[in-house]
Each structure stands twice: as C-alpha cells, then as structure tokens.
Write a protein that binds this ligand. Structure first.
Ligand code: NAP
Ligand code: GDD
Length: 380
C-alpha cells in the first residue's frame, strides 16, 4: 500500500517541492491549507487532480495551526505514516512586527500538532522544520552541537518548537526529528525574501518595469542552497532507523551584496558599489548591448539603494553550516552551487515576465538530474 504523508505548509515553497517529491515516490499526500478569500494554492495547482478521479493522490484539508481541534481531527482521520510540519509564520522581519502571532503559529502550532499525534494515539513519524536562525549570534560554522542564540521572535519560536519536538520524542517515544535547515531558495521562494526580491528586481529592471531595488543589510552572510535538494533531506531524515536532529546546508556562505552582484551580472548588468552605509548605491558600470537597446538603461544609473526600513532590530550576521553529520548518516551532499542557484533563479524570473533568459539555469537542472522537478521549477 502507498505510504501516506501529511504536510503542513503545503502551499509554501518547501511544501510544494516536497509534495512533488513524495508524489514521485508513490506517496498519497494530504496537505493542510488555510481558508483565504483568494486562491492561495498557486505553487501546487500543477499537482492537483480532482479527488473524484480515480488514482488521485493529493488531498487538501482546511485547517490552521492555531486550531488544535481541527488538527486532531485531521491527524486522527488520515492516520499518516509521516507528518512534515513545515507550516509557520516564516518571515524573520515580519516576526518583529507580529511577535505574539509568530509565537502562536510557529511555536505553539508545533505543540498543537504533537498533541494531536499523542491524543489520537496514531503511530507516525514527525518532521519539524527547524532553522539555522536558531543559532543566531553563535559564531560559524554551526552544527548540531552549536549553542542556540536566537535573535528574533521567529527564531525564539523555532527554538521552542525544536525543544518541544525533542521533548515529545523523549517523553512519549514519538519518532520526532528536527531538520535544522540553512537558507534554501528557488524560483518558488516567497517574493519578500532577499534572494527572490533580488532576482525579481534584476528581471524587472531589465524589462523596464522597475527602476531601483531597495535593500537593507548588504553585509549579512547566509549559507544559501537550492530548496528541492533540501526537501529530499526532509524525507531522508524520516527514513532513518532512529529519530534524530540534522543540520542541512552547503558549507559555503556569501553576503547579500555578492548575491546582488552575481544576479545582476548574469542578467547583463555589471554593477559597481559607491558610497557606504545607508548611502551605499549599486551603480551600472556596464551593460551588454542587447539591454542598452531594450529599455534605455545607461552606465552610471543607480539601480540599488539601501533603505533602513529593511534593517532588523537584531541581525544574524553570519550563518555557515557544518553538515558533516547529514553527509555521513544521510549520505547527502548538495549538488547545486551558489552561482548555479543564482542562475536558476534569474532565468526563472526573466521567463516569468516573458524576457528571454540566458538559459544556463535550466541547463544546470538537467545536468544535475534533479529530474522530478525540472519541468516545473517555477510557477506563474
Ligand atoms: P513559506 O514559503 O513561508 O511557507 C509557509 C507555509 O506555512 C505556507 O504554506 C503558509 O500558508 C503556511 N502557514 C503559515 N501560517 C499558517 C497557519 N497559521 N496555519 C497553517 N498554515 C500556515 O516557508 P518555506 O520557505 O516553505 O519554509 C518551510 C518551513 O521551513 C517553515 O517552517 C520555515 O520557517 C522553515 N525553514 C525555512 C527555511 C528556508 O530557507 N526556506 C530554512 C529553515 C527553516 P499560506 O500559503 O496560506 O501562507
Ligand atoms: N527579506 C529581506 N529583504 N532581507 C534583506 C533585505 C531585504 O530587503 N535586505 C537585506 N536583507 C538581509 C536580511 O537582513 C538577512 O540578513 C538576509 O538578507 C536574509 O534575509 P531573508 O531572505 O529574509 O531570510 P532570513 O535569513 O532572515 O530567513 C530565512 O532563512 C531562515 C533560515 O536561516 C527564512 O526562510 C526563515 O524562515 C528561515 O528559517
């Protein structure tokens, strides 16, 4: 019989790739979705089949991480073999504006789901989407033994969720695991996270739809990987004989500034930086010929500026993974490099606005044989 998985956060970046991955492995997939006045399922529409049609293997259920009763109903009725708990208020900057809500959804939501498992008495495996943000100001490189020092309400909530998962493992013998994932990105990344904000802006500036990209801290360093590879790890973690906690990342770290430079350069705009602090600007040094004729961009034009409104009350300066445990025990290592990730994302954002991309990104996906998602790497 097919295995059954329940995914919270199925409409998010990771949820959509994980759904695709599990369907490709023959799973029956159930997803928790929030009621909204507009459709919020665009990342998974291409996977959805009318449940009346025989052979349908993707089923969606209304619910919310703040509603314990409905979570218990869903868990009890579906009796999934595996639960991937990806749902969260996942934006760090927003968590400073909505700390209480973030704690309710991101921290207590995990307890509600674990309680649903415990009370319904079902036998299942549980994956908690923990985060490298939990390490906060602890110096790099960070691994499973590094002390947590969270620097945002989001990260504090994730530390709570991490420990409640460990507590239910130790207290109730539930097969609960933490994947401590470093930043992972893709063409399906939410538009307000920095990588996607940059690649969309590079595309829009080239198309003449946007003049300037406003950013916050250009010096923050992140260990950025490719999301489809990370959802494979989420699955691998639950396939082990014993439950455990794993750091997942590339072992490479880059600044936001480097991401901007590479994304613009690949799209055809060479930048140079002028000024410093909040007066720092990204100025066009040179353009490829096609672009000059497309929309009147000129060397000397300012295309990137700093806006302090994007600074955070407390910042995580430097994340860099030491994923040696995952490499050894899960036999996993990332295939897509930093520059390749940038190319994949810029290609996709150019395609989305009907501008012919350079095309190296799509070729990288084919060459690296991430086949289960190659055809639908992005969604309109
Ligand atoms: P995402 O794109 O922001 O998706 C978040 C998901 O959670 C969406 O499906 C969202 O539903 C759902 N959600 C939010 N509030 C909810 C609520 N009250 N009830 C039910 N569902 C709710 O996040 P992601 O990038 O895929 O990340 C997946 C998980 O991994 C998150 O827990 C995140 O914190 C964690 N994580 C992410 C990264 C990363 O770099 N991406 C790294 C480490 C950990 P709507 O679509 O309705 O908003
Ligand atoms: N979002 C955003 N927007 N970030 C900016 C901007 C901007 O305009 N300018 C600079 N940054 C900096 C942030 O200050 C941060 O240091 C870095 O870019 C990355 O920001 P995000 O892309 O918002 O991601 P994050 O690292 O805060 O959080 C993401 O990764 C975590 C894993 O480490 C999220 O996906 C979290 O859910 C995840 O847990």
């Amino acid at each position: 019989m097919n295995k059954k998985a329940l995914i919270t956060g199925i409409t998010g970046q990771d949820g959509s790739y994980l759904t695709e991955f599990l369907l490709s492995k023959g799973y029956e997939v159930h997803g928790l979705i929030r009621r909204a006045s507009t459709f919020n399922t665009k990342r998974i529409n291409h996977l959805y089949v009318d449940p009346h049609i025989s052979g349908a293997r993707l089923f969606l259920h209304y619910g919310d991480l703040t509603d314990a009763g409905q979570l218990t109903n869903i868990v009890y009725n579906i009796k999934p073999d595996e639960i991937y708990h990806l749902g969260a208020q996942s934006h760090v900057k927003v968590s400073f504006e909505m700390p209480e809500y973030t704690g309710d959804v991101t921290a207590l939501g995990t307890t509600r789901l674990l309680e649903a498992i415990r009370r319904s008495g079902i036998h299942t495996k549980f994956y908690q989407a923990s985060s490298s943000e939990m390490f906060g100001s602890s110096p790099p490189p960070q691994n499973e033994k590094t002390q947590f020092h969270p620097c945002s309400p989001y990260a504090v909530a994730k530390v709570y969720a991490y420990w409640i998962a460990v507590n239910y493992r130790e207290g109730y013998n539930i097969f609960a695991c933490n994947g401590i994932l470093f930043n992972h990105e893709s063409p399906r990344r939410g538009e307000t996270f920095v990588t996607r904000k940059i690649t969309r802006a590079a595309a829009n500036i080239i198309a003449g739809n946007q003049k300037i990209l406003y950013l916050g801290n250009l010096d923050a360093r992140r260990d950025w990987g490719f999301a489809p590879e990370y959802v494979e790890c989420q699955w691998l973690i639950l396939q082990q004989d014993e439950p455990g906690d794993y750091v997942i990342g590339t072992g490479e770290s880059h600044t936001v500034r480097e991401f901007v430079e590479l994304a613009f350069a690949y799209a055809g705009i060479e930048l140079e930086w002028q000024g410093s602090g909040i007066n720092e600007k990204g100025v066009i040094r040179s353009l490829n010929n096609t672009l000059t004729s497309v929309n009147g961009l000129q060397p000397g034009d300012v295309v990137v500026e700093v806006d302090p409104k994007y600074f955070r009350p407390a910042e995580v300066d430097f994340l860099l993974s030491d994923a040696s445990k995952a490499m050894e025990k899960l036999n996993w290592s990332p295939k897509v490099t930093f520059i390749e990730l940038v190319k994949i994302m810029v290609d996709a954002d150019l395609e989305l606005i009907d501008v012919q991309p350079p095309g190296e990104g799509r070729q990288i996906l084919i060459d690296k044989e991430i086949q289960w998602t190659t055809s639908r790497i992005t969604v309109k």
